[in-house]
Design a protein around this ligand. Structure first.
Ligand code: SAM
Length: 283
């Protein structure tokens, strides 16, 4: 498609919005991209080529979808807002490699859409549900090769954080258990319409074939992690003692902490993924 006619041209976005009497829904986290450099950057960070199949979450009026359709073999886009479906039919009419599904991404059986074929996930995510979407994709071990998404900058930094930093928490550990995160770009609010109140970043999560640590009971490890960061000012032993679903006494946790060579007064925020895995095994 002629670049001037693409939705990355802000005049085109305004025209489509006005002609269709579209009103932005804050409750759906609608901030549409209007910057061609950022769109190119997302496509290159995701390493899309003519062999790639893509799942796009939340196509909006189809801005990123047009860029993906130009570069990829095929694009499947899942959009929740019924008002956007007839608009997408028009803005994507030129592309015969795009399929739009009307629905909630959290309720889709993603694996069945691709029937065993390789695919990548790409999105400018609705910020109000970034963490639930990412966690549900990772925990369900969605078979995507990578996930490249625009998210709030602060959330991207939490995903990348290491022990001891203020951003380090349950999200960092969960993301790093399943994937290798990499921030490909920082994006200012003026690249969107309407402008969000926060800075954004493009992050790529490359799925790890095998987790970076071995643990016998993954569920227990993630419960310990949630307990640790639920009350991050407490020692880990105290935080675990009060956490629902875990039935260990403070003494039991302290003994297990000592048995893996750590100080019994340690807080979760100082512990690495490997140490949480060892502790789960010791318990
Ligand atoms: N991709 C477009 C772009 O970059 O201009 C729009 C991105 S906008 C930040 C997020 C989009 O996700 C909106 O179109 C919104 O309606 C859609 N959305 C919100 N919640 C959703 C959900 N649970 N499932 C699918 N789409 C959703």
């Amino acid at each position: 498609m002629d670049k001037e006619k693409m939705l990355s041209n802000p005049k085109e976005t305004i025209r489509v919005i006005q002609e269709n009497n579209f009103t932005f829904r804050k409750s759906y986290g609608q901030n549409f991209l209007i910057d061609s450099h950022v769109l190119d950057k997302i496509v290159s960070a995701a390493e899309i080529d003519s062999e790639t199949e893509v799942l796009e979450i939340g196509p909006g009026i189809g801005t990123l979808t047009q860029y993906l359709a130009e570069a990829a073999k095929a694009v499947t886009a899942v959009e929740i807002d019924d008002k956007l479906i007839p608009i997408l039919e028009k803005t994507l009419a030129e592309y015969d490699n795009v399929r739009v599904i009307h629905g909630d991404i959290l309720k889709q059986d993603i694996a069945s859409i691709f029937e065993g074929r390789h695919f990548k996930i790409v999105a400018n995510l609705p910020y109000y549900i970034t963490t639930p979407i990412i966690m549900s994709l990772l925990e369900s071990r969605v078979p995507a090769d990578s996930i490249t998404v625009m998210i709030q900058k602060e959330v991207a930094e939490r995903m990348m954080a290491s022990p001891g930093s203020k951003d380090y928490g349950a999200l960092s550990l969960a993301v790093q258990f399943y994937a290798e995160p990499y921030i490909a770009a920082n994006v200012p609010p003026n690249c969107f319409m309407p402008r969000p109140n926060v800075g954004s970043a493009v992050i790529r999560l490359k799925r790890l074939e095998t987790p970076p640590v071995q643990v016998r009971d993954e569920k227990l490890m993630f419960s310990l992690i949630r307990a640790a960061f639920n009350q991050r000012r407490k020692t880990l032993a105290n935080a675990v003692k009060n956490f629902e679903g875990l039935s260990y006494s403070r003494e039991e946790v302290e003994t297990a902490i000592r048995s893996i060579g750590l100080d019994e007064r340690i807080r979760g925020e100082a512990m690495s993924l490997e140490e949480f895995a060892k502790l789960a095994d010791a318990l």
